[in-house]
Design a protein around this ligand. Structure first.
Ligand SMILES: [Ca+2]
Ligand SMILES: [Ca+2]
Length: 347
């Protein structure tokens, strides 16, 4: 049944900003990546205690994209080589999550290789006994599939642009029931007309035309989504039928210049966000919208010594925040060595 897509225009809840970088928050290199894993991005903590890491290698695609794991001692090993798109010859894994079936659900964002013509996909890497045993294409037809979150009977995928020519630019979140993934892939209708589109919203930033990005779902089932170009964190609640019930901007700006990948702390509910533009990691209180900047450093740090170098994703494990430095060579940043996952101690 066709769903009425909810358009959202939000009002910011009251909030104050606390910016500050305590010396003890200084990041270190958690994982030093070799050249063959030159572009780290999406991460998720698996139930086995390993962090699963997407490595799209879009900075130097002489090396194939990989899914790696980072074990409890921060050692890396290969899990899977995602299949190349049959038309583009590239795979570009970004957002990743572990489904209730133990498989990895991975966005394959072809726009990172310049393909903005509905070629992006959602993949499922089938896992057995901790090893990848195959891969299925679940959904095709995204322009820029990005973050992936599994919750309940569904998988949610952010679409970073629904119309690259529109200004302001719409983006949104698609939802698919796991029960739909039988046989052939789901093929999305273009022009934001597909029934799986759950919600859409706008990005006005003309310099950074980047919309829905990082995403997470809290214990109550509320959906948190980053609107990158608006430097905003949005919250949506869903009713029993899975329709959008309420929406608000939890925080916008207030020390954040962009909102990229996010993770929700499983105990405190606080939301950790990678700020790609500002080489920063922030913590947002979901109740008050207070933004605490945990770390920020200047551009062109290179990533030396663990400094942030265009961070795109965070992941929480134990008392550490892991930060992927995607290091895209755009808008003032040079793609350079070292290639790193930074680690910041949680206070
Ligand atoms: Ca750099
Ligand atoms: Ca670097």
């Amino acid at each position: 049944m066709a769903r009425k897509v909810m358009w959202v225009v939000c009002v910011v809840v009251g909030a104050i900003t606390v910016a500050g970088c305590g010396a003890s928050s200084r990041p270190k290199i958690g994982v030093l990546l070799p050249e063959k894993y030159n572009t780290p991005d999406g991460m998720v903590l698996g139930p086995d205690g390993n962090i699963y890491l997407s490595v799209p290698n879009c900075n130097d695609s002489n090396y194939p994209a990989k899914i790696l794991k980072i074990d409890r001692r921060d050692r890396i090993s290969e899990v899977f080589t995602p299949p190349k798109h049959p038309q583009t010859g590239k795979a570009c894994p970004l957002g990743i999550d572990v489904g209730p079936d133990g498989n990895l659900y991975v966005a394959d964002n072809q726009s990172m290789f310049g393909h903005n013509d509905h070629k992006s996909r959602l993949l499922r890497v089938n896992m057995k006994g901790g090893k990848a045993v195959g891969c299925d294409v679940l959904v095709t037809g995204f322009i820029q599939s990005n973050a992936v979150s599994c919750h309940g009977d569904s998988v949610y995928v952010t679409e970073t642009s629904l119309d690259l020519d529109a200004d302001p630019m719409p983006s949104g979140v698609y939802r698919f029931r796991f029960s739909e993934f039988k046989g052939k892939p789901v093929v999305l209708k273009p022009d934001a007309k597909d029934k799986h589109l759950l919600v859409q919203f706008l990005t006005h930033n003309k310099d950074w035309r980047v919309g829905a990005n990082g995403m997470g779902i809290d214990a109550e089932g509320s959906l948190y989504v980053c609107n990158f170009g608006e430097a905003a964190l949005l919250k949506f609640t869903l009713d029993d039928q899975g329709n959008i019930e309420s929406h608000k901007i939890v925080a916008q700006g207030r020390g954040m210049k962009s909102t990229d990948g996010l993770k929700i702390h499983p105990k405190t509910g606080e939301i950790y966000i990678a700020d790609f533009i500002d080489n920063a990691v922030h913590k947002v209180c979901p109740k008050t919208g207070q933004v605490t900047t945990i770390w920020r450093n200047e551009d062109n740090s290179g990533g030396i010594g663990g400094l942030l170098d265009r961070p795109s994703e965070v992941c929480l494990r134990g008392d550490k925040i892991y930060v992927s430095n995607i290091d895209l060579g755009i808008k003032g940043n040079k793609y350079d060595e070292p290639h790193t996952i930074s680690v910041i101690k949680l206070k």
